[in-house]
Design a protein around this ligand. Structure first.
Ligand code: KG4
Ligand code: ZN
Length: 360
């Protein structure tokens, strides 16, 4: 059995896991930094790097303890070295290198975005191991197949705080970019709109909570680029500006004096969420239709959104495609998705100790 320690420090979660080549998770820990960034309404890169530095070793210790193994029983160490915040990435990269040097085991670099899609595969394997394979597949609209853990080939949709992109995924580490946001990421739009509405960071869960009490048809906000099915890009800045005008009117930058009722906040949150979800569902369906592919896999923090999940499931039923959305605990950043390192291990794709971090 191959056991890999996976590290994740690309943004504001410090995470480690021990995974096996059978996609078992022996240990997993995530330390969120939300409490540090909340007062700033977004991730402050310098604070993120420092928090990673303080937490990475205790998190690794706790993960190994949970897995019941010691460092020298590992077969490799992997780290997400792209994309992300430069300082944050460097903490993970330097830590992984140091451990590999100390235990003389191979170093593996993984792409954080590919990991978000791979989370769907890990989730299927975990469900299978629990004997839930059949239900997990039928829930996702998938018919029975021998290789039921295999989600590839698929269209991959990543919806996170830093990225909103569509990929043609021929295999776990064979991704071709089809389109991405030309301005804000979907999660960034949720965070910014939440901040305009006086809701706490991270904005996604706060918008979802507020929207539950609101009317999604109260305001008609724009759904950008949906009228051009050939173009698989996203745009959320127009939506964000429309919400800003609705709250404060054109040309006003200061939101502190604006008093909205609880119902107005709920209605704006629900109408914004509906517009953002419409754009994401619409483009994903266009990508499937344009490429002729029949499986859609989704990862990233925004995929935790309940309305998004509901609408994607409806679209899968309506258009007849297989849908895999990472489970809630594997949507936001975690190290279990670093199990994609197993694919690189098998392919012999190891790194030297001069491995660098690639922010973009
Ligand atoms: O994937 P992730 O943890 O980090 C990045 O790689 O960016 O995504 C974080 C983003 C944040 O913008 C957060 O507001 C959003 O995911 N998010 C949500 C929800 N939970 C997290 N957005 C909408 N609804 C949610 N329930
Ligand atoms: Zn992420």
């Amino acid at each position: 059995m191959i056991r890999i320690l996976t590290l994740e420090t690309t943004c504001d979660e410090t995470a480690a896991a021990v995974v096996t080549d059978r996609l078992e998770v022996l240990g997993t820990m995530v330390a969120s930094q939300d409490e540090f960034h909340r007062q700033f309404g977004g991730v402050v890169p310098e604070i993120a790097s420092r928090a990673h530095l303080e937490r990475i070793l205790p998190i690794i210790d706790a993960t190994l303890k949970q897995a019941g193994i010691s460092l020298d029983e590992l077969d490799a160490v992997s780290v997400a070295n792209r994309p992300g915040l430069a300082g944050a990435l460097l903490v993970g990269v330097a830590t992984a290198k140091a451990i590999c040097l100390a235990i003389n085991k191979p170093l593996i670099a993984v792409n954080h975005l590919q990991g978000h899609i791979y989370a769907c595969r890990v989730a299927l394997a975990l469900a299978e191991a629990r004997g839930e394979g059949r239900e997990a597949r039928s829930e996702s609209g998938e018919e029975e197949r021998d290789d039921s853990c295999d989600i590839f080939p698929c269209i991959g949709l990543i919806v996170s705080g830093g990225h909103t992109s569509l990929y043609r995924c021929a295999g776990p580490i064979d991704f071709e970019l089809l389109g991405s946001t030309i301005d804000d990421a979907a999660g960034e739009a949720f965070d910014k709109v939440a901040s305009m509405l006086g809701l706490p960071y991270p904005g996604g869960p706060a918008i979802q909570r507020a929207a539950a009490e609101g009317n999604p048809k109260a305001y008609r906000f724009p759904r950008a680029l949906l009228d051009d099915p050939e173009r698989l890009d996203f745009s959320f800045s127009g939506l964000k500006t429309a919400v800003r005008y609705k709250i404060a009117g054109p040309g006003r930058a200061d939101f502190s004096q604006i008093q909205l009722s609880k119902q107005e906040i709920a209605d704006i949150a629900a109408s914004f969420q509906e517009a953002a979800v419409d754009a994401l569902v619409g483009k994903a369906v266009q990508a499937l239709q344009k490429t002729g592919m029949s499986t859609l896999c989704i990862g990233g923090g925004v995929a935790a959104n309940a309305r998004f999940r509901e609408r994607m499931a409806q679209a899968a039923a309506q258009h007849g495609f297989r849908l895999h959305i990472a489970p809630l605990n594997l949507c936001t950043d975690n190290a279990v998705m670093g199990a994609i390192a197993i694919e690189r291990y098998r392919a012999g794709l190891f790194e030297s100790l001069d491995l660098d971090a690639f922010p973009t």
